[in-house]
Design a protein around this ligand. Structure first.
Ligand SMILES: Cc1cc2nc3c(=O)[nH]c(=O)nc-3n(C[C@H](O)[C@H](O)[C@H](O)COP(=O)(O)O)c2cc1C
Length: 254
């Protein structure tokens, strides 16, 4: 059994990279995807939750995961949350703090890291991925120091965006009806493998969306043929994933 554990959710690798960097630095740390809820039968010194901000708050899948997390033998663990976001200040953590508090645990530390903004359904991808990755790595270093030293820091208060988060987050599930597949699709199933919520099933070598989408855009962003688009919006918007994260890492879940 390891001493520390980090759970992550990631569509384009920013959060996975942050989670990986923290795990490597604090050592003796398991890194586990939130794809599967997990019963914590052992006691950990540190429990980490790393995820992107969607509409000023947690992705629905993250909320579900945290709600299902059994903290009964970890009530005194140092629990930290680190969210990645495009704006840096969008990290509302009031909700996650409340969920953990409701399980007799305590969110001891919360921080947000500014990363490349990846919502290709809304805007074109920037051309500064490498610079953003450098800035992300620098910001992560500071967070790592805090977590190594078990620094207690009140989690970030919700941003004003969080007011609409509750209203909009559930509407994302069926937005996958807007995805279309071009003739470039060769049925490689990368989309289905990288989807963090198993929302894509291959049928006759073509992706079929199952309407419990998080809009993480992993399918659009990682498709090697750029064959998946959202309505007619993403065709000319470029594609992004964190430069240090490979498809293999996104797929290789524990
Ligand atoms: C559906 C969606 C909603 C997003 N909402 C916000 C937001 O409210 N504020 C923000 O700063 N960034 C927002 N972003 C950008 C991501 O939080 C950011 O790029 C994050 O680092 C992506 O992490 P990942 O690579 O681990 O998926 C959003 C991205 C997506 C896909």
């Amino acid at each position: 059994m390891s001493k520390n554990i980090i759970f992550y959710f990631s569509g384009t690798g920013n959060s996975l990279k942050v989670a990986k960097d923290i795990a490597n630095a604090i050592e003796d740390c398991e890194l586990i995807s939130m794809r599967k809820s997990r019963k914590l039968s052992s006691t950990y010194e540190r429990i980490g939750l790393v995820y992107p901000i969607y509409i000023g708050g947690m992705p629905g899948a993250v909320e579900k995961f945290v709600k299902a997390l059994d903290l009964s033998v970890n009530n005194n663990s140092y629990i930290f949350a680190v969210c990645t976001s495009g704006s840096g200040s969008a990290g509302g953590m009031t909700n996650i703090s409340k969920i953990i508090g409701g399980k007799d645990g305590k969110l001891s530390y919360g921080e947000s890291i500014k990363c490349f903004s990846n919502y290709v359904g809304l805007y074109a991808m920037g051309s500064d991925a490498d610079n953003k990755a450098k800035a992300q790595a620098l910001a992560t270093k500071k967070v790592i120091k805090d977590i190594q030293n078990l620094v207690v820091k009140p989690p970030l208060k919700n941003s004003p965006l969080a007011l609409i988060h509750g209203l909009l987050i559930n509407s994302l599930a069926t937005k996958d009806k807007g995805f279309n597949i071009s003739e470039a699709c060769n049925g490689c199933a990368t989309c289905s493998k990288v989807c963090p919520v198993e929302n894509i099933k291959m049928q006759n070598d073509k992706p079929m969306f199952l309407h419990h989408c998080e809009q993480c855009m992993a399918c659009v962003q990682w498709c090697p043929k750029q064959a998946i688009n959202y309505k007619n919006k993403t065709q000319g918007r470029g594609r992004y994933h964190h430069p240090d994260i490979t498809i293999k890492e996104m797929i290789n879940e524990k």
